[in-house]
Design a binder for this molecule. Structure first.
Ligand code: R2B
Ligand code: URA
Length: 309
């Protein structure tokens, strides 16, 4: 890759410390992570985050708070899980919670929101000298040819053309980055899913789009420029390309984590089968149970990694 390892970052590589790929950072006297309201001058990031081994991210602030409370309980940590505070309380852009070695953060909806969060998160982990970190996105998605409630662990994150790449416009030019994810991590997560009752789990490709409606071939948005036949043709083409679910962040997540050598995985539950419709009318309680599936799966994985299972 054109992004060379600059001196200093070579040591980080050897120590397993989370790396950044930006030669300008080393010469900054202060780094303020604006959307977290955290900074290298105002906070002792190493003391606050140095022991983090697992970072779990997801779109919704409430769900990521619930996950922090859930994993706090699952890991048998001291103190009440209801005392978990939002570390980013100084801003309402993202919410962040810590339970022992697990950091739980919301990233909002869509690629731009995810990428801003990841720039600041990866720098935070780097400044805190965190080492051997695993990062997992826990999310929701629309399934293609799947029973609703199926958990999809992403094999390959692909764009709307089914390509394993993330394209970003930088200085008026398109930069393309690989969306490779960790194969062993995906397999280990699949094994966890298979051990949990009522948690159908598969590995499949996940398509990332920049819209929930037209961008995902939905007929029920405020605008729609295609027919039902054209929609089904596109979804069938996606299925043939190995795509099993659609969401809105996986490519940038995979690309940024891959660039910084972070072990990464995407675990999303499919809320509906897009061959059967577009609207999500499943009862609230059923949706809540579906959304617990990635959490239970990732909790089992973390407990195994920590030798608690
Ligand atoms: C899944 O769900 C959200 C849209 O409803 C989006 O953030 C995503 O990737
Ligand atoms: N999230 C998405 O992005 N698409 C869906 O269909 C469901 C959840």
């Amino acid at each position: 890759s054109a992004e060379a390892i600059v001196s200093g970052q070579r040591d980080d590589l050897e120590n397993g410390i989370v790396r950044v790929k930006n030669p300008h950072l080393a010469s900054m006297t202060e780094d303020f992570l604006y959307h977290f309201d955290l900074g290298t001058k105002t906070h002792n990031l190493q003391a606050m985050f140095g022991d983090v081994k697992f970072v779990c991210v997801g779109g919704s602030a409430n769900r990521m708070k619930a996950f922090a409370q859930f994993i706090h309980m699952e890991l048998g940590l001291n103190g009440s899980d209801s005392n978990i505070m939002d570390i980013c309380a100084g801003t309402d852009r993202y919410n962040m919670y810590k339970a022992g070695p697990v950091l739980s953060i919301s990233h909002g909806m869509g690629v731009p929101s995810m990428s801003i969060m990841l720039h600041e998160l990866i720098k935070l982990l780097h400044h805190a000298k965190c080492c051997d970190v695993t990062i997992i996105r826990l999310g929701t998605s629309g399934g293609i040819g799947l029973e609703p409630g199926t958990v999809v662990i992403t094999g390959t994150a692909v764009d709307s053309f089914f390509q394993p790449q993330f394209e970003q416009v930088v200085l008026g030019k398109i930069i393309s980055r690989s969306t490779e994810l960790d194969k062993d991590l995906a397999q280990a997560l699949l094994n966890c899913g298979n051990e949990i009752a009522d948690c159908p789990t598969i590995i499949g490709n996940t398509m990332c789009t920049n819209d929930f409606y037209e961008g995902q071939g939905r007929l029920d948005g405020a605008l729609c420029s295609f027919s039902n036949e054209e929609k089904l043709e596109y979804l069938k083409k996606a299925y043939k390309a190995g795509v099993r679910n659609i969401e809105m962040e996986c490519t940038v997540f995979a690309a940024m984590c891959h660039s910084c050598d972070l072990k990464a995985a995407v675990v999303c539950v499919a809320l509906l089968n897009r061959f059967d419709g577009d609207q999500i009318t499943t009862p609230h309680e059923v949706l809540l149970e579906y959304q617990m599936r990635p959490q239970k799966l990732v909790s089992m994985f973390i407990k195994k990694q920590l030798g608690l299972l």
